[in-house]
Design a protein around this ligand. Structure first.
Ligand code: GLU
Length: 358
């Protein structure tokens, strides 16, 4: 087996038929493959969509109902159905699964993040396969994950997986329109390789995500040292083929960077949406920070502090032209940071070990 620890994201379009009902045959096929991997000692975390689509197919669209109400209702009903099926299908293999429902806010503070990570680690250590989904019943629209692709990236990074496999209803990223017979799947994407011309903007029917978010997430996760595959969940035995050293199944692989990234840096890298304030820096500091060496942000290089934040909160680092350079964990609260502005020989406002530059 190529990998010992994998996260598998199963998209709504893989799990649902054209009429929106759950495709149990497909689900069962994927479960059989995961069961084989599990028995071979591969640690698997599943991130499964399909709750909203499944709930919708059971209850039917109600045009008079508010969209948020609908999502909450469909996900409450659909998630119960989805997990029930997984439970039964895995039970046939003698494997126990557990449900993890999460929200974006759970990734915001380091305490919640570690708490979640611990929960899933305990499950894996006890041979239980976690099946993760967004808790759409309580998610607030503004604070939702872009889609489950984003969630699966966070989970793969949080759980230190070796690979993230995103299963969609397409073989990978094509170098043209997938509808054009001349187009081919790009088999490997290296760090920094520009593929913006190839990203289709059309979205799949049932899921929230599209190729754009898949690519953004895939790049970020690959840069953190995790191989990412975008593959077709409808291809027979896709997971077994992907993990087989000898097989060369069609898919797009984002090649993992070999640089080490600490777990704190990974958490910070995914915390952009949670910044509580901004530290503006001068020209000189911006230059040094974006240079080759890892340097901390010192008070002497800072020009202003925006917002109210506590020590350890996430803050944005902004250059004189107003561009965001990245984010980091504040070493001091905003009041103390303001007092230190421009002063020499002080400890950093943001230490380089707790900084993630874009
Ligand atoms: N959480 C949603 C569901 O289970 C899916 C979100 C997405 O499409 O990525 O239905």
């Amino acid at each position: 087996m190529k990998f010992k620890k994998i996260a598998v994201k199963i998209g709504s379009n893989v799990l649902t038929r054209a009429d929106g009902t759950l495709d149990i045959t497909r689900m069962s096929g994927l479960v059989d493959q995961i069961a084989v991997l599990h028995k071979k000692g591969v640690e698997v975390v599943i991130v499964s969509s399909g709750a909203v689509a499944s709930g919708r197919s059971m209850l039917g669209l109600n045009k008079k109902m508010d969209v948020v109400d609908q999502r909450q209702l469909f996900s409450a009903v659909g998630q119960a159905k989805l997990i029930n099926h997984y439970w039964d299908l895995f039970r046939n293999h003698g494997i126990t699964v557990g449900q993890v429902l999460t929200t974006k806010e759970n990734f915001g503070s380091r305490r919640h993040y570690l708490n979640q990570r611990n929960c899933m680690r305990v499950m894996l250590d006890n041979n239980v396969i976690p099946i993760v989904n967004e808790n759409d019943t309580v998610s607030v629209t503004e604070l939702m994950f872009t889609d489950n692709d984003e969630l699966s990236g966070l989970i793969a990074s949080m759980m230190d997986m070796e690979a993230l496999i995103i299963l969609s209803n397409i073989d990978g990223i094509y170098n043209g329109s997938p509808a054009n017979p001349e187009s081919k799947v790009i088999r490997e994407i290296q760090r920094g390789q520009d593929i913006s011309d190839f990203i289709q903007t059309t979205k799949s029917t049932f899921g929230r995500g599209g190729m754009g978010t898949k690519t953004t997430i895939a790049r970020k996760i690959a840069d953190e040292g995790i191989d990412v595959f975008i593959a077709n969940g409808k291809t027979d035995n896709i997971l077994l083929k992907l993990l087989d050293k000898k097989s060369d199944v069609i898919c797009t692989r984002f090649v993992a960077s070999t640089d080490e990234v600490s777990s704190v840096k990974k958490w910070i890298a995914h915390s952009q949406g949670f910044a509580k304030g901004e530290i503006h820096v001068n020209e000189n500091a911006a230059k040094v920070l974006t240079g080759d060496k890892a340097v901390s942000l010192l008070p002497i290089g800072a020009t202003s502090i925006i917002g109210d934040f506590e020590k350890d909160d996430i803050v944005k680092i902004i250059d004189p032209a107003g561009n965001s350079l990245g984010i980091g964990k504040a070493q001091y609260d905003s009041t103390k940071s303001r007092e230190l502005l421009g002063k020499k020989n002080q400890k950093p406002l943001v230490h380089c070990d707790y900084m993630y530059l874009e």
